[in-house]
Design a protein around this ligand. Structure first.
Ligand code: PRP
Ligand code: URA
Length: 209
């Protein structure tokens, strides 16, 4: 699929396996989500534009490349996407952070919006949307719909685990965005949970039940 990257890097796969383990506690789970986001972000941001700037080294003055401008936005889908934000900010500390609040109805599995605040000018920013879980794809499609309604154009979506159904739905709804997935799992179960998955990402990051 064009515009879809499914990671195979051993460090990412190893860390996802620890996330899956139900014995992994909140502290370690949270740290791993952040680390995986950083490793994925390293690849997802490989097309950030560079510009040459003048720097004086102890030896001489040279022209050397730095990231052009400061126009990036990280947009976590609340709540679980919040867990990935610091991993991206470790790479680009100057990025602004927007928030989209969505929750999945437990019966219909449809997303409901309860909050949306994006940094401006959103249309000039590279936007990295984060959510560890891409299950039915309903939340991801709704989040990208909102961002586009507000004018967002250059959008990247990062999920740590995806179900085939959700990846297909997001790609079909928004074929123009770049999608990055840490691991593509087997399927959804009857409750729209990813199998084998890791359970409820928000609950495991924040220690709720
Ligand atoms: C989870 C997850 C995604 C969504 C994925 O959030 O973090 O946002 O479900 O499911 P979907 O692809 O079927 O839409 P949840 O609604 O449980 O909210 P939370 O992050 O507040 O726990
Ligand atoms: N949301 C989660 O947190 N986990 C799933 O498996 C599906 C949706």
């Amino acid at each position: 699929m064009d515009n879809v990257t499914v990671f195979t890097h051993p460090l990412i796969q190893h860390k996802i396996s620890i996330l899956r383990d139900k014995k992994t506690g909140t502290n370690e789970f949270r740290a791993l989500i952040e680390e995986i986001a950083m490793l994925m972000g390293f690849e997802a941001l490989r097309d950030l534009p560079l510009q040459d700037v003048e720097v004086e080294t102890p030896i001489e003055t040279c022209m050397t490349p730095m990231i052009a401008g400061k126009k990036m936005a990280v947009v976590p889908i609340l709540r679980a996407g919040l867990g990935m934000v610091n991993g991206i900010l470790a790479l680009v500390p100057s990025a602004k952070v927007g928030h989209i609040g969505l929750y999945r109805d437990e019966v219909t599995h449809e997303p409901h919006e309860y909050y949306c605040k994006l940094p401006s000018p959103i249309e000039q920013r590279t936007i990295v949307v984060t959510d560890p879980m891409l299950a039915t794809g309903g939340s991801a499609v709704a989040a990208v719909d909102f961002i586009k309604q507000y004018g967002g154009k250059n959008i990247k979506f990062m999920a740590i685990i995806a179900a085939p159904e959700g990846l297909k739905r997001l790609h079909e709804a928004h074929p123009d965005i770049q999608i990055y997935v840490g691991h593509l799992d087997r399927e959804l179960n009857e409750n729209a949970y990813i199998c084998p998955g890791l359970g409820d990402a928000g609950d495991r990051i924040f220690g709720t039940k």
